[in-house]
Design a protein around this ligand. Structure first.
Ligand code: SF4
Ligand code: SF4
Length: 431
């Protein structure tokens, strides 16, 4: 490939300054330049000069979590995660059998609901306890890793609220709610809590139905065809819902992914206009609750926890710039809010190591990164970790459970719904 042009030209902006090293989760646990953004850029440059083959470069960059912390840290505008994703699109990693199974299930709302019911039965019946206590899956490590992700939280969660019925009130803003497949599968209280919360904010909630998965795992795995197929199905659901003022995602990774539809489908004669409209309207829950239409008509109560912390989903923080909104919502509650900092406090807290299916493809490193997150959680003194991305919450919950920690994990929608649904109106709705 020629210098100064081509899809990887961005790598040539790298000055090798090293500002990105301390924020990179893989470098922090490996202390190996090959697993640092700067090392990954060197791999791209070696690919461009012909020193490495595309297969060798893709294998080296498969260890990147795509967290984008390096994008925020880099003063030269280098985008290592974007380049790693581009390479992954050219040479996709081989999906595991479990990935295939999960993708098949999450592609259908009906299958997802059936599997969620089965998982619930598996837990409630006590079979999970026996399987874990007797380590029945020890001879099947991949299955054991997946099983370890089924969170204790499912059993501890209070009864889920129903989805709100249409208000019948004329003139309310119509807001679409896109419910992520991982949340539907592993945190079934999240979607109805988010819908109820939006109704409390005074909007008409319209569920986007039947699309399956937004395509996030396919995009991150470099499967462009699979991603575009899911994007078109999601857009079909968006178009079927009628005119919407905004679309809120209960899972922040869906919002990150849906923002990419406009560019990904720019040349699609059938879907380009819908993709542009959708990408412009879509956002995660917290920014909508802070900056969107509607406000709660009640004051919040304590949601059942006195000490709370928040875990940033890396792609939402570094890709969409979402950081203050969830903190603003949590600090408005009558709770003590604790910021997460690693015990050594040398760099801000970062990735939990989940990285979508990274936790299944690179379990050892993923768990090493999670140990740093768990140390930060325990050091801050919170009773509950709140987040907006189910993949992160699953991974953190599994780590907490493994260490026997009493700290719990909740989605932002669940905490806020618990806080705002317990009170009668105490002040007038702001204009
Ligand atoms: S995206 Fe994350 S894991 Fe990948 S190089 Fe950047 S900081 Fe490291
Ligand atoms: S990627 Fe950016 S921050 Fe990292 S070494 Fe290169 S120029 Fe410096």
């Amino acid at each position: 490939m020629e210098k100064g042009s081509g899809p990887f030209a961005n790598a040539e902006l790298c000055t090798q300054c090293g500002y990105c090293l301390p924020v990179c989760p893989t470098y922090r646990v490996e202390n190996n330049e090959l697993h640092a953004p700067r090392g990954r850029i060197s791999v791209i440059l070696a690919l461009q000069s012909g020193t490495l083959t595309i297969g060798e470069a893709a294998a080296a960059l498969d260890h990147c979590l795509l967290c984008r912390a390096c994008h925020t840290a880099c003063p030269a505008g280098v985008r290592p995660a974007k380049l790693a994703l581009l390479l992954r699109t050219l040479i996709p990693p081989r999906p595991t059998v479990w990935n295939r199974l999960l993708h098949h299930v999450t592609n259908s709302h009906r299958l997802t609901a059936h599997l969620a019911a089965l998982l619930r039965l598996y837990q409630k019946s006590g079979v999970q306890r026996v399987v874990r206590r007797r380590r029945l899956l020890r001879l099947l490590p991949p299955l054991a890793r997946m099983e370890a992700l089924i969170p204790r939280h499912r059993m501890e969660a209070p009864p889920f609220p129903p989805f709100p019925a249409p208000s019948g009130l004329p003139g309310l803003p119509r807001i679409g709610l896109l419910c992520g497949c991982m949340a539907r599968l592993f945190f079934p209280g999240v979607a109805p809590s988010a819908a109820q919360l939006l109704a409390l904010w005074g909007v008409e909630v319209c569920l986007l139905e039947g699309f399956g998965c937004c395509g996030a795992p396919f995009r991150e795995a470099g499967d462009r065809k699979g991603f575009l197929h899911r994007a078109r199905r999601t857009l079909d659901a968006f178009l079927a819902a009628g005119p919407l003022q905004a679309v809120v995602c209960d899972s922040s990774v869906c919002a990150v992914t849906a923002r990419r539809y406009a560019r990904a489908l720019a040349d699609d004669a059938t879907y380009a206009a819908a993709a542009r409209d959708f990408s412009a309207k879509v956002q995660p829950l917290s920014p909508f609750l802070v900056k969107g239409v509607g406000r709660p008509t009640v004051l919040p109560k304590n949601p059942g926890f006195g000490h709370i912390t928040y875990h940033d989903h890396c792609q939402a923080r570094h890709g969409l710039g979402i950081m203050q909104d969830p903190r603003g919502l949590l600090t408005a509650l009558p709770v003590v809010y604790h910021e997460l900092w690693p015990p050594d406090e040398t760099v801000p807290d970062g990735c939990c190591g989940a990285g979508g299916d990274y936790q299944l493809r690179h379990p050892v490193r993923s768990q090493k990164i999670r140990e740093q997150k768990l140390a930060a959680i325990h050091a801050c003194g919170a009773e509950v970790v709140v987040g907006e991305n189910p993949g992160c919450l699953l991974h953190i919950a599994a780590g907490l459970e493994k260490t026997g920690s009493a700290v719990q994990v909740r989605h932002l929608a669940e905490i806020l719904y618990a806080a705002y649904s317990l009170q009668q109106p105490t002040h007038k709705v702001p204009p």
